[in-house]
Design a protein. Sequence first.
Length: 141
Amino acid sequence: GPARTHRLEDVVGCHVEDAVTFWAQNVSRYNDLLKLSCALAEACPRANAVFGTPDFSKIYGGCFSEDGCWYRCVVQRVVNNEKCQVLYIDYGNSEVLNRSDIVEIPPNLQCPSVAKKYMLWGLQIPTHQNLNMFDQVSGRF
Ligand SMILES: *[C@@H]1O[C@H](CO)[C@@H](O)[C@H](O)[C@H]1NC(C)=O
Ligand SMILES: *[C@@H]1O[C@H](CO)[C@@H](O)[C@H](O)[C@H]1NC(C)=O
């Protein structure tokens, strides 16, 4: 049905999960992404680290190990007393973080994620464009 139809030209791939699953960012929300990254850089260093049982429905700030910058994430699972696995909701990648690197963020930063998960079998592409569109999507990664 129409709810499953995505317009590929509005999104840019950002993370490949497996052969048929990828994450793409909504290009009309790039401004949101810039504002978020500034707001997180400001708020996260002085925010409280996650304490006790994480709220799996809540958006936290996570300090990405590769660049030390803060991004929005949700907790996917508790690994042990010290570590949790997080999913960076605006990009689609995940990693295991120390709890000290997962912090509470203000309610105004809890807006919907910029990236969404797509499955190739879920895309409704006109048959004559099939290969062409797939190339375009793959080429962005
Ligand atoms: C992208 O974001 C805009 C503005 O928030 C929204 O109207 C649109 O439906 C989104 N597109 C997709 C593919 O999610
Ligand atoms: C995690 O935190 C502990 C205790 O705060 C610290 O000793 C350890 O080095 C940290 N590990 C990483 C990967 O940051």
